[in-house]
Design a protein around this ligand. Structure first.
Ligand SMILES: [Zn+2]
Length: 301
C-alpha cells in the first residue's frame, strides 16, 4: 500500500477547555487527514504563559480523546521549541531583515493596525532576541509584498502585506510571536495541510512570507468557517463559550458535521462515536464545506 505524504495537525492554545468552535476545527483537520490516509498531529501552543490556564492542556487532550479524535505520535509543546525560534530569528537578522521596534502602545493604537515602519533604522544585525531589551522585533517587508493563496476551501485570494505593515516576530515581553512559532512548527512537523478556522486567514500570508524568507516549503491551506454566536461573534473564551459537554460527545460530533455541511442518515444519531467518525471519513469532501468565514447553529443542514 502506498504511504500517504499527508500530514495534518490541530494546534490549540491552552487558554481554556475546547468549546464547540474549537471542536469544529479539530474535527475538520482530523477528518481531512484520515480521509487522505494521512497522519494527524497535535501541537499545544503554550507560548503565552500570562494567558494560559493551569491544567488546560491536559484537559484539551482528554476532550479530544473522549470525542474519538486520536492523534498520531507524541504531542509537541511549543514551549520546548524556543531554541529553534531563536535560530530562525538569527538567520533572518543575518540577512538584515529584522529591526527593533520600541513604539509604545499609544503610538501603535494611533496607527490603527497599519505599522508605518518608523523604527526601520534600528536594524538588528546580531543575535536578535536579547531578553534584557524591552523592544519588539519586526520583519521588514519588501514593497510590494503581494501573496497569493490558493485556499482549498475559500479559493484564490490575494493579500497585500504592506496594508498592515511590518509585523512582529518577537514580542516586547520577550515571547516569540504567533506567526513565527506557528510557521516554524508547521515546517518542523512536516505539515502538508493546514486546516483551520477562517479567523486565522489574516495570519496565513504572513506565515507564507516567513516560510518563503527562510526557504521552507509552504503547506496547503484550507480555512473553514468559524462557529459564531447569534450576534455574529466567533465563539471564544472571551464571549464565554461553554466548554464541550463530554456527556454529549457523540452529539457534539454530529452537530459539528452538520455545521461543516455533512448530514448523515437518521440512524447515525444512534451510532457510536467510532461509527460516526468512520461514516464521516468515508463521506468527507473538503469542497462540500461552505466557502464562508462563519457559520452559526441556525445554518445547520
Ligand atoms: Zn516602532
Amino acid at each position: 500500500m502506498a504511504v500517504s505524504s499527508y500530514i495534518g495537525r490541530f494546534a490549540p492554545s491552552p487558554t481554556g477547555p475546547l468549546h464547540k468552535g474549537s471542536l469544529l476545527a479539530a474535527l475538520a483537520s482530523f477528518l481531512d487527514a484520515r480521509a487522505n490516509d494521512g497522519q494527524w498531529l497535535l501541537r499545544i501552543e503554550d507560548l503565552d504563559p500570562p494567558r494560559e490556564v493551569p491544567g488546560a492542556a491536559d484537559r484539551i487532550l482528554r476532550q479530544l480523546d473522549q470525542h474519538g479524535l486520536h492523534w498520531d505520535g507524541p504531542v509537541l509543546y511549543q514551549s520546548s521549541r524556543l531554541p529553534a525560534y531563536q535560530d530562525a530569528l538569527q538567520q533572518l537578522s543575518h540577512r538584515g531583515l529584522l529591526y527593533a521596534c520600541d513604539c509604545n502602545r499609544t503610538r501603535l493604537r494611533t496607527l490603527g493596525g497599519c505599522y508605518d515602519g518608523s523604527c526601520r533604522s534600528n536594524k538588528i544585525n546580531t543575535a536578535a532576541a536579547n531578553p534584557s531589551q524591552s523592544h519588539a522585533v519586526r520583519v521588514q517587508l519588501p514593497n510590494p509584498c503581494s501573496i497569493s493563496l490558493d485556499d482549498l476551501i475559500q479559493g484564490s485570494l490575494q493579500f497585500d502585506l504592506n496594508k498592515s505593515g511590518d509585523f512582529i516576530l518577537w514580542r516586547r515581553d520577550q515571547l516569540p510571536a504567533y506567526q513565527l512559532a506557528c510557521s516554524l512548527d508547521d515546517a518542523y512537523q512536516g505539515i502538508s495541510h493546514v486546516i483551520r478556522g477562517s479567523d486565522l486567514l489574516d495570519s496565513t500570508p504572513r506565515q507564507m512570507h516567513l516560510l518563503q524568507c527562510l526557504g521552507i516549503k509552504i503547506p496547503q491551506y484550507a480555512h473553514i468557517p468559524v462557529l459564531s454566536n447569534a450576534q455574529g461573534e466567533k465563539l471564544s473564551k472571551q464571549n464565554h463559550a461553554p466548554a464541550l459537554n463530554l456527556h454529549k460527545a457523540q452529539a457534539n460530533l454530529l452537530d459539528c458535521l452538520e455545521l461543516l455541511g455533512f448530514s448523515g442518515p437518521p440512524e447515525l444519531s444512534k451510532a457510536s462515536i467510532p461509527q460516526v467518525l468512520t461514516w464521516a471519513i468515508e463521506h468527507w469532501q473538503l469542497n462540500k464545506i461552505p466557502p464562508r468565514d462563519r457559520v452559526t447553529e441556525s445554518d445547520k443542514a
